[in-house]
Design a protein. Structure first.
Length: 300
């Protein structure tokens, strides 16, 4: 009598398990379909510039002039590519030391105070809308640069400062988690050998967590590379390669958001903007592959 009773009790659990499996598979299938549909849509539109409109691929990547309304029409995206990379990399250079120092302070120097007060404040920055960052940059950073440095204040420097504040929570959070997950035996062994706290941080903690720290930097660059509104408000949106950090420039996202609404679907101008979006998407994939490589390296 015990076996039939156990089977009856097991049937509802088997049904729940099958329902859970089917629901999970449907969710995974939906995500995969969405990703492939997005990639196909952007790629089909972006590649139409080269296969339908016969725009030279190298001219798009290396051209210095963007004049879709000119005669002849020119689609040189190098100023936008240069602006995106320069602002993103400079923002990472500014934010990485600040994020590392903040994480070291919160984990190694003042863990109680840092975890209780400083970490929530830094993570709160991630929830602020990008338009607020752009407005603050336009009201504070641009006038400061205009008064201190030559130029109008807008440019790559202003965009990089705004982006550095935006990616600071990403870098800090990942660095803090990596430092907190470090085995205590490493630090205790360093102290036992007579090393000071700063020697332990510099020679043991940071080199051991370097792959995770680099992951945070790459994710921050990826976030900065795809940001549109905040950079658009402070960079000046001039389609040329600047000669200094305080001259107006433009990025891929700025060019897309400013021009997409003024073009008709299917025209060469519209397809060229989709080509810029395709470049953005491909760079996102590159950043994802770099992050995965760094994660595998940290596990090894």
């Amino acid at each position: 009598m015990a076996q039939p009773l156990e089977r009856q009790q097991a049937k509802p659990h088997l049904a729940e398990e099958w329902v859970g499996k089917i629901y999970t598979l449907l969710c995974i299938a939906f995500l995969i379909l969405t990703i492939f549909s997005l990639v196909y849509f952007v790629a089909s539109k972006g590649l139409s510039t080269f296969f339908v409109n016969r725009v030279n691929f190298l001219d798009l990547l290396t051209g210095l002039k963007w004049a879709p309304d000119g005669n002849p029409k020119l689609f040189g995206a190098l100023p936008f590519i240069f602006g995106s990379f320069s602002t993103s990399l400079l923002a990472a250079v500014i934010a990485a030391p600040l994020g590392f120092c903040a994480s070291v302070f919160m984990v190694e120097i003042a863990p109680k105070f840092g975890r209780q007060y400083l970490q929530p404040v830094i993570e709160l920055l991630a929830g602020i809308p990008s338009v607020v960052y752009g407005f603050v940059g336009l009201s504070v950073i641009v006038p400061f640069f205009r008064d201190v440095f030559p130029g109008q204040g807008v440019g790559i420097a202003a965009g990089a400062v705004v982006l550095s504040i935006m990616i600071l929570p990403t870098i800090t959070t990942i660095a803090t988690d990596a430092l907190a997950a470090l085995p205590k035996g490493l630090k205790e062994g360093s102290y036992a050998l007579g090393a000071t706290r700063w020697q332990t941080i510099y020679r043991i903690v940071l080199p051991t967590t370097l792959p995770a720290l680099m992951t945070g930097i790459v994710l921050g660059i990826a976030r900065a590379f795809g940001e549109a509104l905040a950079v658009q408000m402070v960079i000046g949106n001039a389609p040329h390669i600047p000669r200094s950090l305080f001259e107006s420039a433009s990025t891929l996202t700025s060019a897309i958001t400013l021009s997409m609404g003024n073009t008709a679907m299917g025209t060469v101008e519209n397809n060229a903007l989709w080509s810029l979006a395709l470049i953005l998407m491909l760079m996102t994939f590159v950043f994802v592959f770099i992050v995965r490589w760094l994660e595998r390296r940290s596990k090894v």
